[in-house]
Design a protein around this ligand. Sequence first.
Ligand code: FAD
Length: 347
Amino acid sequence: MIYDYILVGQGISGTILSHRLISKGKSVLIFDNNHLHSSTKIAAGIINPITGRKFVKSWIIDDLIPEAIKCYKELETDLNIKLVHQANIVRVIFNAESQRYWERIILNDSAERYISKNPDLSSYKNILHPIYDFGEVQNSYRIDVASLVKKFQEEWMQSGILINEQFDFNHLTFNESEIIYKSHKAEKIIFCEGYRSIYNPLFNYLPFQPVKGEAIKFSIDNFEANKMLRHKHFIVPLSKGIFWSGGGYQWDVIDETPSPSFLKNWKSDMNKILQVEPIIHTHQAAVRPAVKGRRPLLGNHPIYKNAYIFNGMGTKGASLVPYWSKHFVNHLLKNNNIDKQVDIKRF
Ligand SMILES: Cc1cc2nc3c(=O)[nH]c(=O)nc-3n(C[C@H](O)[C@H](O)[C@H](O)COP(=O)(O)OP(=O)(O)OC[C@H]3O[C@@H](n4cnc5c(N)ncnc54)[C@H](O)[C@@H]3O)c2cc1C
């Protein structure tokens, strides 16, 4: 059999892209090393329309959110699992300077739909040390991307279209019309390897800037909340009193080992934020596929015309992947142009 596509990597990028191709009737064979280097498996999956210290509107967020929610809601129905959790984000305002930035975003008409007119800290008030002030972001979400990817892994392994192994470039060859990998043949190959593309001999010329982050799951005795809280760290309610926290941007060490120094700093920060002691359940680390210029990487290899990349989702895979995978499928199947902002031809 000659597959239409071989995909390498089954994080959120490879998963949604494969799903879209399969839905269009294409045959797909996927390779993933059991999520060994997956960033998706530890991500909180937050879709946050107003980001950063200066409270700015996230890039093309007005287009990203409707596409993301449509895509994940459809998958909820198809897979019979809960993926989409709408939850406002209470943003801590630290001082007069951040107050000015908050006032600026409140006055920005194009951000109106994302700013709650009734900010409310009550669910967190009793456990927090006093803060300067706060605002609240609405139309924000948490997507359970880890469960989504896990669910597809089970389904696709059962149906035989996902092979759980490390893809080895020594076994890849190209000819005019097809690619050959071990005993498998396909018309095209698409790489969705997350930060591991830095080891991909075809695409390692692209300006990846991998950045390690860490995630902690914790609980607090007799405490539950519905909203997310953005203090020095994100605090994200998952289920049954379990919270996700973490983040961190480590550019110097690129590995998946949870670091004692991150944990120590996190505990010290939490001590300053919370009046109560968090009980830590898990501590994990992963590397985000970030890119210089912070825009995704979509496109075709300049020489090997049947090799493609779909990557560079950085810190925002949950919101970027549904929109850009649709765009990419339109390129693959209808030959539509790739938006110049994300086309790898820019490098
Ligand atoms: C701590 C932390 C928190 C985050 N929080 C958020 C958040 O709240 N919201 C958000 O939108 N994003 C968040 N992110 C970012 C998000 O995780 C990424 O944007 C997204 O998961 C990238 O998905 P991907 O599929 O491109 O890459 P990955 O998820 O890394 O998937 C790549 C897959 O390819 C596999 N692979 C690689 N090379 C090979 C090979 N040679 N052979 C076989 N398999 C291979 C890997 O093992 C992996 O399974 C966070 C990241 C971290 C680290």
